[in-house]
Design a protein. Structure first.
Length: 181
């Protein structure tokens, strides 16, 4: 299956099932990111097979360990590329990451319309992003993103369903990584 493709994909050595590379995802415009639905599973893998994209790899223990070995060059590249993927999607949602801080971008009002409303596919994407970050050793970042999303919802009184917010909270929970082995 595609499980053995995740590390080479994240190391920019192998394309996805549509012959697109991770760095090509980072270069796409907002329209492509919104309308294309089979990249997010490669960009933010999980330990369960995607019902939507069966071609996407599943996150294995071996891959998780490769992301977490901080003393190896390959792990640094993987984490840097995960950071770029995260910045790409946060930019799509209207945020900038500067020196580890998450801030609203100047075009936040416009971009937040893609997700800051009642029920759409971006809510599922956000859940995936939070869970994947947590599983790949970026639990603190997942918690920070959750806090920023919650803050944005509270400040704007956006009609994001309580059930969605609970899914996000569970996805970013510190114990998610250990509970999904």
């Amino acid at each position: 299956m595609n499980e053995n493709l995740l590390l080479p994909f994240y190391l920019l050595e192998t394309p996805d099932h549509m012959v697109r590379t991770l760095d090509s995802y980072w270069q796409q415009d907002a329209r492509w990111l919104e309308q294309t639905h089979d990249y997010i599973q490669w960009m933010f893998p999980l330990v369960v097979r995607s019902n939507y994209n069966p071609h996407a790899p599943v996150l294995t223990d071996q891959v998780r360990q490769a992301f977490e070995l901080t003393d190896q060059h390959e792990s640094k590249v993987l984490q840097d590329n995960l950071s770029r993927s995260t910045q790409c999607m946060l930019g799509f949602y209207g945020y900038d990451v500067v020196a580890g801080d998450i801030n609203r971008a100047c075009d936040w009002q416009e971009k937040s319309r893609k997700w800051l409303n009642n029920g759409n596919h971006n809510h599922l994407r956000i859940t995936r992003i939070l869970r994947s970050l947590n599983l790949l050793g970026q639990g603190d970042l997942a918690q920070a993103l959750l806090a920023e999303f919650e803050n944005s919802i509270e400040q704007t009184s956006a009609p994001v369903p309580r059930e969605t917010r609970l899914l996000w909270k569970n996805a970013a929970a510190p114990n998610v990584a250990s509970s999904l082995n």
